[in-house]
Design a protein around this ligand. Structure first.
Ligand code: GAP
Length: 452
């Protein structure tokens, strides 16, 4: 972990937030390369969830959430972690994470009884801070998928089964944020709520688990390093009938990367009041929630029903940590020198190719390199960089370390015959090729890499 954290800071992937003022626990900023990697991972998820399928629509809803939504979803009452205080040093801990009943900070055994601590952040809304006009920062992106269910169905005429996908920020006031970007207070989720008929839910649950394992494999996190954890009944979230977590061996241990839950008709049912009056019947008891009829009509039987929901929910930040950890290696070369490489899948690499003139500021070489850069950039395949350092060895080392799959060197021969040298990040093999050949190579590399 320490090596990864150091690399992330040195090369501009991830920085601690508010660092110049001493930093803030559980918050991180993505730098010039981090934002590219994160966007690429999100784009790959969106492509596989929305574009490659014919049964999913997208959504981008607000973060500030009305208290009523999180009341009826059950979060106000149950979205808690058990907290204990150390009476000696006043530090606070998550009771379920303490190995013994001992304070990890001062080793005292004088701890309070565990009590529930709600993880939701609140903020006041509008000009008067009277404690009544407040909103929550959403603790999961899922809820405004449920509250927009009718809008999406009415505007797209979707029938079951179909899904709504969303990528966005979520906030949790974690008692003990830790392990770099693994457990933070502000993070991003990639969530799909897949609506299906009751009775087909268990089959869809299995299909989604398989599909998500395949997707992680396509991102460079193979099945061999993942484990499925069938969450026992007494650990299930309040909305879940069954949850399977995809567990990954992070540098600090085996932990959850993604959860795939069968949320039944709990959420849509909880947000619809007077269900019998609305002509629907969810397994949730009637309540005083919204008047919306969060149900769908079967066009053959004309019957209304509240769909069941399968929810694959992945953390973007945990995904970034997992792909970085899988890609990172230090190799010893012939002669004993070491090189650090990030063997990221090309579609995730922050920079797709670096174009390097052999001599710094040489007019002819820099000119040609700039033209090649523009030509490749115009393919719209991601970021292409010109590296006018004049030090080829140093440029190769830098680009190995940030995961750039191709380095293209423009030399004096290039000025004569238009060919350039292409070096492959993983094999370090170098080939003399034309610019057209590089275009084909870039296209193929990215298509094969994405393959989702
Ligand atoms: N809508 C379901 C839901 O939110 P969850 O298991 O609480 O379920 C889903 O969260 C995913 O969000 C987790 O698998 C994890 O990847 C990510 N996640 C949750 N809490 C996080 C945190 N404090 N920091 C970073 N990622 C987190």
């Amino acid at each position: 972990m320490e090596e990864l954290v150091a690399l992330c800071k040195r090369r501009g992937f991830i920085f601690q937030s508010n660092e110049i003022y001493g930093g803030m626990q559980g918050l991180y900023d993505y730098g010039p390369l981090g934002v590219e990697l994160k966007n690429n991972l999100k784009h790959s998820w969106w492509t596989s969830m929305v574009y490659d399928r014919d049964d999913v629509e997208g959504l981008d809803a607000s973060i500030l959430t009305a208290p009523n939504v999180l009341k009826h979803s059950g979060h106000e009452d149950t979205f808690t972690d058990p907290m204990v205080d150390c009476k000696s040093c006043q530090s606070r801990w998550r009771a379920d994470q303490l190995k013994e009943a001992t304070c990890p900070s001062c080793k005292s055994n004088d701890l309070t009884e565990p009590r529930p601590f709600n993880l939701m952040f609140k903020t006041s809304v509008g000009p008067i801070d009277d404690g009544k006009s407040f909103a929550y920062l959403r603790p999961e992106t899922a809820q405004n998928i449920f509250t927009n269910f009718k809008n999406v169905v009415d505007s797209t005429s979707r029938r079951l089964p179909f899904g709504i996908a969303q990528i966005g920020k979520a906030f949790r006031n974690e008692i003990t944020p830790r392990n770099f970007i693994f457990r933070v207070r502000e993070f991003e989720q990639m969530e799909l709520e897949f609506f299906c008929a009751a009775g087909t839910d268990e089959e869809w649950h299995k299909l989604w688990i398989e599909s998500r394992l395949k997707w992680w494999e396509d991102q460079g996190v193979s099945k061999d390093v993942l484990e499925l954890y069938h969450v026992p009944a007494d650990e299930l979230a309040h909305y879940s009938k069954a949850t399977v977590d995809i567990m990954y061996k992070f540098p600090h241990g085996l932990e959850e990367l993604e959860g795939i839950a069968n949320r039944t008709d709990f959420d849509l049912g909880s947000h619809s009041k007077n269900q019998s009056e609305l002509g629907i019947n969810a397994t949730v008891k009637e309540n005083n929630a919204s008047n919306a009829k969060l149900a769908i009509q079967d066009i053959e039987t004309n019957e209304w029903s509240v769909p069941y929901v399968i929810e694959p929910s992945a953390g973007v930040d945990r995904g970034v940590l997992a792909v970085l950890n899988e890609a990172y290696r230090v190799e010893t070369l012939d002669g004993g020198k070491e090189r650090t490489v990030l063997s990221l899948k090309p579609h995730l690499s922050p920079i797709k190719a670096a174009v390097i003139p052999l001599k710094r500021n040489h007019e002819g070489l820099v000119d040609m390199a700039s033209k090649i850069k523009s030509e490749l950039q115009n393919l719209r395949l991601g970021r292409i960089l010109i590296e006018n350092s004049g030090n080829i060895g140093k440029s190769y080392r830098r680009h190995d370390e940030v995961g750039t799959p191709l380095c293209i060197t423009v030399d004096f021969e290039s000025l004569e015959d238009g060919t350039v040298t292409v070096r492959d990040r993983d094999t370090m093999e170098q080939k003399r090729v034309s610019v057209d050949e590089i275009k084909t190579q870039l296209h193929e590399m990215l298509l094969n890499g994405t393959n989702v």
